[in-house]
Design a protein around this ligand. Structure first.
Ligand code: ATP
Length: 323
């Protein structure tokens, strides 16, 4: 092994930079040359490679986002696209690649591995939907950002005796919404995994009002079956039965761009270093993640095309605590 590459792919997540830094410096410590690939898989296709020394990753551990940039690439999803990517890697003498990203990115990494290119994945997505890592890089920071917004909305909600509906990220996965809802003391939580009808949410809000609550919070995941727009329309139509006046806020990309907290910096660092250990051991086609508190490498074959289930007990607990 002489040269290896690293890229970040899919949605950016706070802590990705800590992982890049750890991968680059640990790889150099092994005596290898490090190459950063810009703009994820897209950069493999357009040949955006840059050599990276220890100083190129100085001063980035505290930055959100990814200094390598990220992108979504449709061309990479085709076999022809992946052949081109492997050609570009071979032309530069890069013998192994670290892919830092979420579900889609790891599926792409596994495809490269199946085509014979040595790849190691690092679990990073704010969705926390990857099998093979109980918690992924970026989740903790994104959750704290969502929570800070929820806490602030609760203050203004109480002052005006209003209900607030907050949309948090999660197209297919309600982890962030569920955890933010529980930690923020929400009255209702709407996530893709468990259906909650507008009637049920309205009922919960009306009951909270009748019980004399000064505020009510509804946390809605982006991908909930009945989303913010539908809920808002329903509440408008049934305004008199709710008691509260309901306002909606969408947190959107604010959740992604935060300064990574200690947890994500440490997780990014540990997973990045472990990815290099896998390369050194010749253990490819694996995802590096944290399982039951231990940094672990799980074969990509065991994790792709699977979605980590949410614990239904947590959803039930959220409903109990909303009394
Ligand atoms: P996040 O969920 O945090 O946004 P992600 O890694 O799941 O992260 P995606 O947009 O799903 O983000 O995937 C990132 C990139 O991975 C895609 O743009 C595409 O290039 C590649 N990819 C996704 N799915 C596949 C697939 N089935 N085969 C090959 N490549 C894929």
């Amino acid at each position: 092994m002489k040269r290896f590459g690293v890229l970040t792919s899919g949605g950016d997540a706070p802590g990705m930079n800590a992982a890049i830094r750890a991968v680059v410096r640990s790889g150099i410590d092994q005596g290898w040359e490090a190459f950063g690939v810009e703009h994820g898989y897209q950069g493999l296709l357009t040949g955006e490679f840059r050599p990276m020394g220890p100083r190129d990753v100085s001063g980035i551990i505290q930055l959100g986002g990814t200094v390598l940039g990220s992108a979504r690439s449709l061309e990479f999803k085709t076999e022809e696209g992946r052949r081109k990517a492997i050609r570009h890697l071979n032309q530069r003498g890069i013998e192994a690649l670290v892919v830092i990203g979420g579900n889609g990115s790891q599926t792409g990494a596994y495809s490269l591995h199946q085509m014979g290119f040595p790849v190691v994945g690092v679990a990073s997505t704010i969705d926390n939907d990857l099998v093979g890592s109980d918690i992924t890089i970026g989740v903790d920071t994104a959750l704290n950002i969502a929570l800070e917004a929820i806490d602030r909305l609760k203050v203004t909600a109480s002052s005006h005796e209003r209900a607030f509906m907050i949309e948090v990220m999660g197209r297919n996965c309600g982890y962030l919404a569920l955890m933010a809802g529980i930690a923020g003391g929400a009255e209702a939580i709407c996530i893709p995994e468990f259906e909650t009808s507008p009637e049920t949410v309205a009922d919960v809000i009306a009951k909270a009002y009748e019980r004399g609550k000064k505020h009510a919070l509804i946390v809605v995941a982006e991908g909930a079956k009945h989303g913010v727009i539908e809920l808002e329309a329903y509440f408008k139509e049934h305004n008199e039965r709710l008691g509260f006046d309901v306002r909606a806020t969408t947190l959107g990309h604010v959740q992604r761009g935060g300064t990574p907290g200690a947890f994500d910096r440490l997780l990014g660092t540990r997973l990045g270093a472990m990815a290099v250990e896998q390369i050194a051991a010749g253990n490819f086609g694996v995802l590096v993640g944290q399982v039951k508190g231990t940094i672990t490498a799980t074969p990509h074959a065991d994790i792709v095309d699977r979605v980590k289930p949410l614990d239904p007990k947590l959803f039930e607990l959220a409903n109990v605590l909303a009394k």
